[in-house]
Design a protein around this ligand. Structure first.
Ligand code: NAD
Ligand code: MG
Length: 392
């Protein structure tokens, strides 16, 4: 019996890496459903290769265009739907056993929760949904007894080194430091979206690439680790490791430090999670340590990377600070990508939004969504101010 897979965010970087791993194991996995946002042509290509039963696009226009292209390609048996209801629908669908949650940002929360509610096995790449709604999400995972496996390379590495969590002193999340780790601070004001998206070690979607450049990505990952491994902020450390060979570490009370290493290629954590507790081929080449030669480590500089400090502070302050942080960051990153906000003001926009809004911890989904919405409105207001200010 093959296992039926749904990929939320199939046209993205994680989605495509997942399809690459799945296609190496057709005897084990069957691609049942794929979802995408707007990229119709890319989805058509994925449909030709993987022949899912069902596809969901974000808008009715994109779905309609895809339908026409599929008919012309002789693939009219593939059902195409659109919109958030349909997105949650494929995550719950009969015939889907397992869901790869690889939509970027808050848009991934509802379909991923739908997969959890339906008791599907969930592979989690979409870290924003844990940052936004960690308690609620994990409560539902536990209530439904859902198997949740981390795809984020750091969390997958920690998971591989964590055993049952007994005797853990702390975890060390490694961070590459992104493309601007060694740039003079005054040059950061003028960086362009393409410069920010040119990550030294990984090819990723644009939002996470910008998050890596500000190190907000590591901040989001600290919060993600808090929920996945049930550790307080005091037991989560970040160390910069520019080569991205060690994907993270776990330190035990006896002084042992276990690390997971490998080439920086997301197919490794994806294959690990898909096969767990077995192991399968991922297509990733063998690690050549002599070639990697020297592995460096350094403390993150919080003046250069204020977003990391903001995320730690949000985790420590609790309440809904992480929900606000995530929403404000999404607004700021989009504005930067749209060239409406200088790179160096991303942190300021998040900080201003956090200073203005301190809602209590949300206990229901509606409350999470309301706080997310309000934070976007407030961040939008601060954005107009920052965008109008002359650059430093
Ligand atoms: P991406 O931008 O390459 O892909 C995002 C996917 O989400 C696309 O399929 C897009 O169509 C879909 N999408 C975007 N907005 C949507 C919306 N409003 N409604 C429905 N679908 C929408 O991003 P990515 O790099 O693949 O990252 C996906 C997630 O995985 C992110 O949460 C990211 O933080 C996480 N992640 C990525 C990597 C990586 O190496 N790329 C590593 C670790 C974690
Ligand atoms: Mg990561």
């Amino acid at each position: 019996m093959t296992r039926g897979i749904c990929i939320l965010g199939a046209t993205g970087s994680i989605g495509k890496s997942t399809l690459d791993v799945l296609s190496r194991h057709p005897e084990t996995f069957r691609v049942v459903a794929l979802t995408g946002n707007q990229r119709v042509q890319e989805m058509l290509e994925l449909c030709k290769i993987h022949q899912p039963e069902q596809v969901v696009m974000a808008s009715p226009e994109a779905a309609q265009q895809l339908q026409v292209l599929l008919r012309d390609a002789g693939l009219k048996q593939i059902r195409v739907e659109s919109g958030p209801e349909a997105l949650a629908g494929v995550a719950r669908m009969d015939g889907v056993d397992e869901v790869m949650a690889a939509i970027v940002g808050a848009a991934g929360l509802l379909p991923t929760l739908a997969a959890v509610e339906a008791g599907k096995k969930v592979y989690l790449a979409n870290k924003e949904c844990l940052v936004m709604a960690g308690k609620l999400f994990m409560d539902r995972v536990r209530a439904r007894n859902v198997v949740l496996l981390p795809i984020d390379s750091e969390h997958n590495a920690v998971f591989q080194c964590f055993a049952d969590g007994r005797g853990v002193r702390r975890i060390l999340l490694t961070a590459s430091g992104g493309p601007f780790r060694t740039w003079p601070l005054e040059r950061l004001e003028g960086v362009t979206p393409d410069q920010a998206c040119a990550h030294p070690n990984w090819v990723m979607g644009r939002k996470i690439s910008v998050d890596s450049a500000t190190m907000m990505n590591k901040g989001l990952e600290v919060i993600e680790a808090h929920w996945l491994f049930q550790l307080p902020a005091e037991q989560i450390d970040v160390v910069i490791h520019p080569q991205s060979i060690i994907h993270s570490m776990v330190e035990y009370v006896d002084g042992s430090v276990l690390a997971q290493l490998g080439n920086p290629d997301m197919r490794t954590p994806i294959a690990h999670a898909l096969a767990y507790p077995e192991r399968i081929e991922s297509g990733v080449s063998s690690l050549d340590l002599a070639r990697a030669a020297d592995l460096q480590f350094e403390q993150p500089d919080l003046q250069r990377f204020p977003c990391l400090a903001l995320a730690f502070a949000a985790l420590r302050s609790g309440g809904a600070a992480a929900t606000v942080l995530n929403a404000a960051n999404e607004v700021a990153v989009q504005a930067f990508l749209d060239e409406q906000l200088p790179f160096a003001r991303i942190a300021a926009l998040v900080e201003d939004t956090l200073a203005e809004l301190q809602p209590a911890a949300p206990d229901e989904l509606d409350a999470v969504l309301a706080i997310d919405h309000e934070a976007r409105v407030v961040a939008g207001r601060h954005l107009r101010r920052h965008a109008a200010a002359p650059s430093a």
